[in-house]
Each structure stands twice: as structure tokens, then as C-alpha cells.
Design a binder for this molecule. Structure first.
Ligand code: BG6
Length: 480
């Protein structure tokens, strides 16, 4: 990327200081950002010096590998331009940015369209020398109609190939490993279908509450914040057909194909296949925490869901009859994230077989990334008895090799690798599936659940006979 520019719009905001700058600083430290010119752009009338100091402080607070002298050198290389989101105000930016450039919209979602159009009108979307790309954060729209309107706005100035819709889950190591593990192991593919798999659970519970994000979150809710994008991407990667090549378009075609195979929700089946909840007061560890409706900035009568669960049925040859359960919620009992695939029961010929769990393959994303296979083996001793054993492969921990999601995705964006970014039709099909749920959820209320718990009881009505949600909270000795 020598000689390229990275322009962050919304450079004085939270995303920039918490995630983008620490990621760029690490890339700089590792020598991956040599020659990259970084310019902050924001409405704040700050001087370049003030911006540099602000970023230096942010690195001290948020960069895990902060080192004072290096951070100062990194900050000293940053540029800053103050201005608003129209072509006229962007003229100084257009003068300063020459050659290849990546524009990152680290802005509140309602401003994405305006910013993309302003960049285009200021002449920044095209250049005769080099490339121009636009990174758009999530959420891309709030439903199908608004996503389509945003697409039109952006496409009025930017070609689809130059628009990189980010979903930071696609930059996570385990997400990328899911694809490698699925498609690079001979033994897995023959088993990865409805003949052998009985269910798939994608669980992403969080102990955090709404934090300082009331204004955004109360309009979004768990379905839009986590399921529509992150969990549905994990679903796509788990369920898609093996691609013939690692080409961005082929990968994205396969993801869209599986989304199109999901049996649509209807006004009638929403109650059966979805559940929603909202946290009330409770305990997270030893700490007492307030109800969602008592959080600062949240209306006392808010109907926003902080927990959402969905059951997908996939109508294709590979998956027909295998439920995919997707679930995420704030203020739950743990942060144990995983994609868990259960294999069907074997004939119980062994003594004690009834008490043994089926085989599970668990891709754990949090608290530590790892790969786990629950298998059955003999209990050592004179008797013929079986029990579960767990084969675990922890993910490597070499701090200079493992990349955070933002580090990975920023590198990909600068290098023009689109495979880990969303094409518009992926977003579109995700909304197509969820629009009927959003419509149904305009009525009624989410079920209350205590903070620190497993979530609302109504989540159990989604389950097929014989299935149970994997516990959010586990004790020592429990299966992974
Ligand atoms: C974000 C959501 O996209 O992902 C948050 O807006 C959520 O609500 C976060 O907490 C979780 O991702 P991670 O990997 O950064 O913990």
C-alpha cells in the first residue's frame, strides 16, 4: 500500500479512538502500514496538533501494545482536516488527497448515505491515478427498504466493487478458521449434512449491557445489532456449499445462495420460530445491575429487545430437517460464544450409552478461541464403559501473528481483498428474511429476563423435540 491514503470520516468519534486507531497503530508497529498516509476528517474545528494529542491519548487507553515513543511517532504522522458532509466543505480534503485512497465512514449510521454522496460530488470517488474505495460500517439500513435506499444513494457515486461493507466478525480468527477447517479437511465434508448433523447452535451471549450506546441501541435492538449481520454471517459460513475457489465473488455467491434457501418467516410462524427478551435488574457476577429501562438514555417504556433468538430451517439438499438456532443477548450469564454442531446419535450398544452426549464440534469464539470436538471413549478400567472426552485445539497465541478483526479487515480493505466484506445482495437477503420478524415485533413486548440469567423462557418454544439450548453459564467439568 505504499503511497496510499486512508481518510477516516468521523475521526474524533468513538469507533476511531477505540478500534480503528489502535488497529492502525498495531499495523504501523508491525511494519504493515509503511507509506500509508492517514487523515482524520470531522466536523470538530480542531487543529492538527489537537487531533494528534487526542489520538495519542486514545492509544494509551485502548491500544493493548501501547508504547509511548512509538505511539508519539505514529500520532505525529497523522493529518487532520475539519469539515462537514457536503461537497463544498470537502474541497480542502479533495485538494489534499491525491492518488489511491480508502475512505472509512466511522460515522453515525444515518450519515452514511450523505457522506458517500458528498465524497463523490467532491470528486473523491474517482481518480485517474490509483484506486478509490469506501468502507461502510454496520448497520447497513434498518430494514429492507432503508437498505435499498442507502444502496441507491451510495451507488449514485460509487461502483459496487469499490464499496466495502464491513462486518467485523468476518475479520475474527475463528470465523476465518471456520472456513479453513470446513473446506480443508477431508473427514468433515462427508459428515457436514442432514444425514449426520442433528442441529446447529450459534450462541453469542454478552454480559455487557447497553453501555454508553443508548441512542443507537434503543433504535436497533438485538435483532438488528447482532443477528441480522454478525450471526447471520456465521450461519452462512457454517451452512454454505464448498466454494470452488477462494475468490471473493464465489464466496459471496455461496453465502447468498444459502440465505435464499432459508424458509421465510411469515406473520404466522414468527411466534413459533423466534423469541425476544429485555433484561431487568439482576446480578452480573457480584455486581448488581439495573434494568434496561433504567439505563441512562433509555425510555422507561422501551420495547426494544436486548435478546433475540431465531430458528432457521434450510430448504436444500444438504440441510433440510436440521434446525439452525441463532441467539444473542445483552446482560446474560456469560460471554461464551460458539458455533456448535451436534451430530446424530449412534446406536446405543455400549453399557451406559444413554448418559453420553452425542458428538459435538464446537468452534469457540469467546472467551478464548478454540476448536473442540466432543467424542466418546472408554472409561479406563476393567469395565467396558464409555464416557465423553474432549479434543481441544486452542488457537495460537503469538501476539505478532494473530490479528484483531479490525487489523485484518483494514489490511484487506487497503489491499483490495473483498472476500471478507459484504456484497449488497448478502445484506439484502438478510433483511428479506428478517423484515417479517421486525414487522411482527412491532406489536407486543419482549419477555423480561433477569440480568445474569440464561435469557427469557420463551426461547425454548423454538426448539425441536429433543433439543436444548446449550447452557450460557457452565461450571468446571461441563462439556465445552
Ligand atoms: C457490535 C455490536 O457490532 O459487536 C455490539 O454493536 C457487540 O453490541 C459487539 O457488543 C460484539 O463484538 P466484539 O467481537 O467486538 O465483542
Amino acid at each position: 500500500m505504499p503511497g496510499a491514503n486512508l481518510v477516516i470520516l468521523g475521526a474524533t468519534g468513538d469507533l476511531t479512538q477505540r478500534l480503528l486507531m489502535p488497529a492502525l497503530y498495531r499495523l504501523y508497529r508491525l511494519g504493515y502500514a509503511r507509506g500509508l498516509r492517514i487523515t482524520g476528517y470531522s466536523i470538530e474545528g480542531w487543529s492538527r496538533e489537537r487531533f494528534r494529542n487526542h489520538i495519542h491519548k486514545a492509544l494509551r487507553a485502548f491500544a493493548p501494545d501501547y508504547q509511548a515513543a512509538q505511539a508519539r511517532r505514529f500520532a505525529a504522522g497523522l493529518d487532520y482536516i475539519s469539515g462537514g458532509l457536503d461537497a463544498k466543505q470537502m474541497a480542502p480534503l479533495a485538494q489534499r488527497i491525491q492518488g489511491s485512497a480508502l475512505f472509512y465512514l466511522a460515522l453515525p449510521p444515518p450519515l452514511f448515505g450523505t457522506a458517500a454522496v458528498a465524497l463523490g460530488e467532491a470528486g473523491l470517488a474517482k481518480t485517474a491515478r490509483g484506486w478509490r474505495r469506501l468502507v461502510v460500517e454496520k448497520p447497513f439500513g434498518t430494514d429492507l427498504a432503508s437498505a435499498e435506499a442507502l444502496r441507491k444513494q451510495i451507488h449514485s457515486q460509487w461502483a459496487e466493487d469499490n464499496v466495502l461493507r464491513i462486518d467485523h466478525f468476518l475479520g475474527k480468527e475463528t470465523t476465518q478458521n471456520l472456513m479453513v477447517f470446513r473446506f480443508a479437511n477431508r473427514f468433515l465434508e462427508p459428515l457436514w449434512n442432514s444425514a449426520h448433523v442433528s442441529q446447529v447452535q450459534i450462541n453469542c451471549p454478552e454480559m455487557l449491557g447497553v453501555e454508553h450506546r443508548a441512542a443507537y441501541y434503543d433504535h436497533a435492538g438485538a435483532l438488528r445489532d447482532m443477528l441480522q449481520n454478525h450471526l447471520m454471517q456465521l450461519f452462512c459460513l457454517t451452512a454454505m456449499e464448498p466454494p470452488a475457489s477462494w475468490d471473493a465473488e464465489v464466496l459471496r455467491d455461496h453465502k447468498v445462495e444459502v440465505l435464499r434457501a432459508v424458509v421465510p418467516f411469515t406473520a404466522r410462524n414468527v411466534r413459533r420460530y423466534t423469541a425476544r427478551g429485555q433484561y431487568v435488574a439482576g446480578r452480573i457476577g457480584r455486581k448488581r445491575v439495573p434494568a434496561y429501562r433504567r439505563e441512562p438514555g433509555i425510555p422507561a417504556n422501551s420495547h426494544t429487545e436486548t435478546f433475540a433468538a431465531l430458528r432457521f430451517e434450510v430448504n436444500n439438499w444438504r440441510w433440510r430437517g436440521v434446525p439452525f438456532y441463532l441467539r444473542s443477548g445483552k446482560r446474560m450469564a456469560s460471554n461464551r460464544w460458539g458455533i456448535a454442531v451436534e451430530f446424530k446419535q449412534v446406536p446405543d450398544v455400549l453399557p451406559g450409552a444413554q448418559t453420553i452426549a452425542n458428538n459435538w464440534m464446537v468452534f469457540r469464539l469467546k472467551p478464548q478461541e478454540s476448536l473442540n470436538l466432543v467424542a466418546t471413549a472408554k472409561v479406563p478400567g476393567a469395565k467396558l464403559e464409555a464416557h465423553n472426552v474432549v479434543l481441544t485445539a486452542p488457537y495460537a497465541r503469538d501476539p505478532d501473528k494473530e490479528f484483531s478483526a479490525y487489523e485484518q479487515l483494514l489490511m484487506d480493505a487497503l489491499e483490495g481483498d473483498r472476500s471478507h466484506f459484504l456484497r449488497f445482495d448478502e445484506v439484502e437477503w438478510a433483511w428479506r428474511l428478517l423484515d417479517p420478524v421486525l414487522r411482527a415485533w412491532r406489536h407486543g413486548e419482549p419477555e423480561p429476563y433477569a440480568s445474569g440469567s440464561e435469557g427469557p423462557a420463551s426461547q425454548n418454544r423454538l426448539l425441536a423435540p429433543g433439543h436444548r439450548w446449550r447452557p450460557v453459564k457452565v461450571s468446571a467439568g461441563d462439556l465445552p
